[in-house]
Each structure stands twice: as C-alpha cells, then as structure tokens.
Ligand binder design. Structure first.
Ligand code: MSP
Length: 659
C-alpha cells in the first residue's frame, strides 16, 4: 500500500488558534482525508511550537511555569482541532524529549559537516516573526507583517553556512518544479535564491527557554531551527530510525505564505547538510483576511473558529474555507458572506436536493427504489466527468476546484429532476418504471456527490449518504465508492432538513437563546438517519427549505424580482480583490453603487457607458467593506469568466423594466 506523510506548520501557543491558523489545519485535513479515501496509508502530523519568546512571556504574564502553560494550551488546541473534525494522526510539541533528541542529532550532523561556526549577530529581530530582519525588510522601521518595531540585537551566535547551499537549492528547484507550489511562491523564492543567500544564526544567547545548543549549553537553538526539525522528529528522527525510514521523506508540508521561505530554503539546506532526503513538496497557502487585514493575533483581527463553527455548523465552515478561498490565494472571511454561502450551497442547493429526492422516493415508492433495468439517463456520464475533474483538481491541490466539481454534480442532479419531472411521471401509470429509475439515478448521483464532499464535510457527507441509501461513503475505497451503481434496490430515508435556511446571521430557532446550531445537532440529525423512515424524528419546528416537488416558480414570484436597465456611470477595481469591481449605475430614477464580480473579464474603463441589467430590489450586502445595492446580471460557466447580459443596439433607456 502506498504511503503519504503530510504535515502542517506547528503553531505558536501564545494564544488560542484563530480562523487563519484553523484554515491551514482544515485544508490539510481535507488532503489527508482524500488520501485515506484513495486507500493510501496516511500520516498527518500537526503540533505546537513552544520555544518562542512570546510563549515564554505569555506564561510569565499569567504567572505560570512555561511548561504548565504549554500543557494547558495543548489541551485547548486539541479541543479546537477535535471540534473542527481535524483528523491528525500525530501531534508533536517541541518541548518533548523525542523532539529534543531529533534536534540534537540534526545539529550534530550539521556540525560534523563543518556547516556551523561561531560569530556575532548584530541587527534587527522581530519577536512576533521570531526572525532576523534586514533593514530592507522593514516598512517605516516596522515589521510589515506585525506592524511592530523589531528589536536591535547584538549577540554571540552560532551560524549555519546557508550560503553554501544556494547552488544546490537552485538545482533542486530546477529539477523539481513541484518542490515548491503554487507557482507564485516558487517564483518568489527563485528570485530570492538568484539574489544569493547569507548565512543565518541558529542559536540565541542570553535565553534559557529553548533547547540547549549541543557543546554550548549557555545558548539555545534558534526557535525556527528547532521548530522545522519537528517534521523529522515527529516520525522518529533521533529516536526511532526504522519509523523514520518508513515515513521519510515527507510528501507534503502545508504552510502559510509568510513562512514559505523557512520551509523551502532553510529547511532543505539543513537537510542537505545533515545528509537527509528532502521533502517532496512544500505548499504555501494564502492568508485568510478579516475586514481587509490578514487575520492575526498580533494585529487583533482574529475570528474565533469555534464561534464561526457554532454559527452554522462545523461542516458549513469547512466548506466555506475550502470552496470560497482558491487554495494558494488569499481570501476573506465575513459572517454575512458565510451566511450567504451557507444558504446558497447548503440550505437551498444540496439540502433541498436531498429533501426533494427523499420526499419523492417516500411519496411515490415508500422510500424503496428498485434496481434499475432500463437504459440509464445522462447522470452516469456527468458523474464520470465530474469525478475526473475532481481527482485532477485534488491531485494538483486545487481544493476549491474539487469542491466546486462536487457541487456541479449537485447542480446536475437538481437539473435532472427539473428535466425529467418525476411529479409528472407519477401521474402516468405507464411511466412507473421510468419514475423509479429517475429517482434511483438521482439518489445515486447525490450519493456520489456526498463521497466527493466527504473529505471537506465528513459528518454531513455521511448524513447525506445515509439518506440516499447505498454503502457508507468512507467505508469503501474512492474508485469503488464513486462507481455508478443502481443495480440493487436501495432505501432512501426521509429526515429533518439537514441545513435549515439561516436568516439575520442565525439559524432558525437560535435567535432567543443566542445559541447557534452546533455539531451536536448535526450528530443528532445523523442519529435520526439510522432509524427507518417511519420512526424518523419529525422535521424540526423551524422553517425548512422549500421541499416542493415542482421546482417551478409562479409568475407572481418571478415578478417580485425587479430587473432594470441601467447605465454604468463610473467603475473602479476593488482594492485587494481579484474579482470585484465597484460600479456606479444610473437606474433612471436614482444612482446606485453595485459591487460586481466581473473584474476577471472586464476592465473598469471598458464598463463606463455600457448598458447592463440590474436586480434592483436586492437587499444590500457588504462586499470587501463596500455596500452593494443590487446585482449586475452576467452569465458565468463554472470556473469560467463572466459575460455581461447585453441588449441589441440601441439599448433601452435606464430604468426600463426587464421581464
Ligand atoms: N510556529 C511557526 C511555524 C513553525 S513550522 C515549523 C508559526 N506559527 S503561527 O502560529 O504563527 O502560524 C501557524 C500557521 O498558521 C502558519 O503556517 C501561518 O502561515 C498560518 N497562518 C497564520 N495566520 C494565518 C492567516 N490569517 N491565514 C492563513 N494562515 C495563517 O508561524
């Protein structure tokens, strides 16, 4: 059986995890779960980085012994990861003896290679980065990442001959383009290597908090040198060589873009010097922003991951983080956007689909769908294409594209219901066989969508699967689990809405107490699935998503949407956003600001003077801090660039109603 060794950065424990650090663990967890689903023996390592000065300071502020403080923080971190369903296999702390053994061993090897020497370091040091800084790295005298003034240090240090490894690193980057991804990070580091490397300090003097330097116990090992070695000591380096041989080299280090340099320059150089193989890949993900700033405890711009999960559920949060932030790029987290995506993807789309299939199967077939015998419809072909797109995306770590592929199957299943009109088939006795087949095929497509979503939404995927019948999503290997099968009878089970529609920032029923639906509720729902339909708990006494069999809306419902012709008066790109343009439109009777996601297809200057169609009675929403009053209509294929809806020449005047 093949193996996969995956790691995340280990976290400083001077405060609890925030949604930015949680993002990294959740996305790594998706990769780990995908590998396990493929039948690959997986080792997913996480941990805590405890020898930082800030950790020591925080413990002292609380009047605690640093180790006692770190013990408490370990418990807190583990609680967060457990709540977020992060399925790590190993957890390492840098204060553990096994880690100290690994660090000592690697330093001994590096020293034996002649790559350590004593010298003086004089220069800047940012304690929040735990990094030596050059004057050119500072902005207005401050660290640009933490907006704090670094300290001026002058101390006796041990240096590592990093400069000796520049050529070897460049050759490695050339021979292994996959070593550092995404491409933007690789290019950044290539430029850095081409500019030459200076030797780096690997010890700090005058400090007691850290691992003593072998041969110079008055100094401690520089915290980054110490921390990077966790990836090796976590699988036995220095304590269990046969375990180390079994897992090393690591297949993938997942880290944030701010620390890619440590992982793709220092770490491989350290390994080369110590005569240890290099990891196969480092992936530098982007940052999660909140209110336009990187989420950071130093900057005070954090969101509590447990609070976010409590709002609409753990799996909806995981889905948001994975699907809405292209992996490798920066993305934003805001509660209103989270609510919007929850309603669109889960309440209205997947949740409603599950309800529709279960309701129809129950109503027309008592929940039992016989094995199909007729020529299948178009869904098996869609499944095949979607699974291919999904695996290709997962394999190149485009996690967002994989999630989008899974949702395109959900869309296809919804469309299939619309096309085949099971409610109409049910009225014609001659179509009985066809009705069973349509329902069975739709249930099978939804089951496969659940398999594809299982790395992202493990508990929910199993809940969907349980309703749609068929074997457990995780009980079988990926190839088998995604193979189309309607050859045996299946039982589809009715149950309460999996994702009731959220309003005003809350799920229904949570306004009074202020308590949101949590994991426990999801688990409760799940427990209901295992009971036969006749015993299933009645739907929660809360508004549930529309479950009508006929998805068509009335003429009156359509007329409620106020579509208007508008002329673009001004347009400008929204700062720090790839997709958004702020557009001023003339609606005939008033001027409006609308934020439109069309920047990938249109330059702002090309929009001015154009005639567009605006949804004029949409509730305002804030996008990147700008209030958008309406929506500009555009067509966009999944993953493609948008195309604005336009009129023949001459266009109607602004304010004209579109219907
Ligand atoms: N202890 C070091 C890593 C040592 S690894 C050998 C460290 N710790 S950290 O707690 O500051 O950050 C842990 C991880 O979270 C890093 O990969 C970092 O890039 C990531 N993130 C911190 N803030 C983040 C966001 N706002 N968004 C996404 N990831 C973020 O660095």
């Amino acid at each position: 059986m093949s193996r996969f060794y995956l790691t995340t950065a280990i976290d400083y424990v001077n405060s609890r995890p925030h949604l930015g650090t949680a993002y990294e663990k959740v996305t790594a967890d998706v990769i780990a779960r995908y590998q396990r689903l493929r039948g690959v023996e997986t080792n997913f390592l996480m941990g805590n980085d405890e020898h930082s000065q800030n950790v020591h300071r925080r413990a002292r502020e609380l009047g605690l012994d640093p180790i006692a403080y770190c013990d408490q923080m370990e418990a807190e971190f583990r609680t967060v990861w457990r709540t977020l369903d992060v399925s790590f296999d190993g957890f390492i702390r840098t204060t553990e003896p096994r880690h100290r053994a690994g660090v000592t061993r690697m330093l001994d090897r590096i020293a034996a290679r002649g790559d350590l020497y004593e010298g003086f370091y004089e220069g800047w040091y940012c304690v929040s980065c735990e990094a030596f800084k050059q004057e050119k790295d500072l902005v207005d005298g401050k660290c640009p990442l933490h907006h704090v003034e670094p300290k001026w240090l002058r101390e006796k240090n041990h240096f590592f001959r990093l400069s000796n490894y520049r050529d070897a690193l460049l050759s490695h980057f050339e021979a292994h383009p996959e070593f550092l991804q995404p491409e933007v990070r690789r290019n950044e580091i290539l430029r850095l290597l081409e500019g030459g490397l200076e030797d780096i300090s690997v010890s700090r003097s005058g400090q007691a908090w850290g691992i003593p330097m072998p041969e110079s116990p008055e100094s401690v090992v520089y915290v980054w040198f110490d921390a990077l070695i966790n990836y090796a000591s976590g699988v036995g380096y220095g304590t269990d060589e046969s375990r180390f041989d079994a897992w090393w080299p690591a297949d993938l280090h997942i880290v944030g873009k701010d620390i890619t340099r440590f992982h793709s320059v220092f770490w491989p150089a350290m390994l080369m010097s110590a005569g240890v193989a290099l990891p196969r890949q480092v992936f530098g993900h982007g940052w999660v922003h909140h209110r336009g700033e990187r989420m950071s405890k130093t900057l005070g711009t954090t969101v509590d991951p447990l609070e976010a999960a409590d709002r609409f559920g753990v799996d909806p949060l995981r889905l948001y983080l994975v699907k809405e932030i292209p992996y490798g790029q920066d993305g934003d987290f805001a509660y209103d956007r989270f609510e919007e995506r929850y309603n669109v993807d889960l309440a209205n789309n997947l949740g409603n689909l599950v309800s529709r299939v279960a309701t129809m199967a129950d109503k027309y077939r008592g929940g039992r769908l016989p094995a199909t015998t007729g020529e299948p419809g178009r869904l098996p072909g869609v499944v095949e294409a979607v699974v291919a797109r999904y695996t290709a995306a997962m394999d190149r770590l485009a996690l967002h594209a994989a999630a989008a592929a899974a949702f395109s199957l959900v869309d296809a299943a919804n469309e299939y219901i619309t096309e085949t009109e099971p409610w109409a088939l049910a009225r014609e006795p001659a179509q009985a066989k066809r009705l069973s087949q349509v329902l069975h095929e739709t249930a099978e497509a939804v089951r496969i969508a659940a398999v594809l979503l299982s790395p992202v939404m493990p508990a929910s995927a199993e809940a969907v699967r349980a309703r749609m019948g068929g074997p457990s999503a995780t009980a079988r290997r990926f190839d088998e689990a995604t193979r189309w099968s309607t050859a045996s009878e299946r039982t589809v089970v009715l149950g309460p809405a999996l994702w009731p529609r959220a309003e005003g920032g809350r799920l229904p029923g949570t306004h009074d107490t202020g308590k949101a639906r949590t994991m426990t509720d999801t688990e409760k729902d799940h427990a209901d699935e295992s009971r036969p339909a006749s015993e299933a708990a009645p739907p929660a006494a809360t508004p549930t998503p529309p479950q009508a069999e006929d998805p068509r809306i009335t003429f009156d419902a359509f007329m409620e949407i106020d579509l208007r012709v508008a002329t673009v008066l001004a347009a400008e790109k929204v700062e720090k956003s790839r997709k958004l343009i702020k557009v001023e439109v003339d609606l005939g009777t008033e001027r409006r600001t609308v934020v439109a996601g069309i920047a990938e297809a249109y330059a702002p200057e090309d929009l001015v003077g154009r005639t567009v169609v605006v949804v004029a009675n949409l509730k305002p929403a804030k996008l990147m801090g700008i209030e958008s009053n309406g929506m500009i209509l555009a067509a966009s294929l999944e993953g493609g660039i948008p195309a604005l809806v336009r009129f023949d020449d001459p266009p109607p005047p602004p304010g004209t109603r579109v219907r």
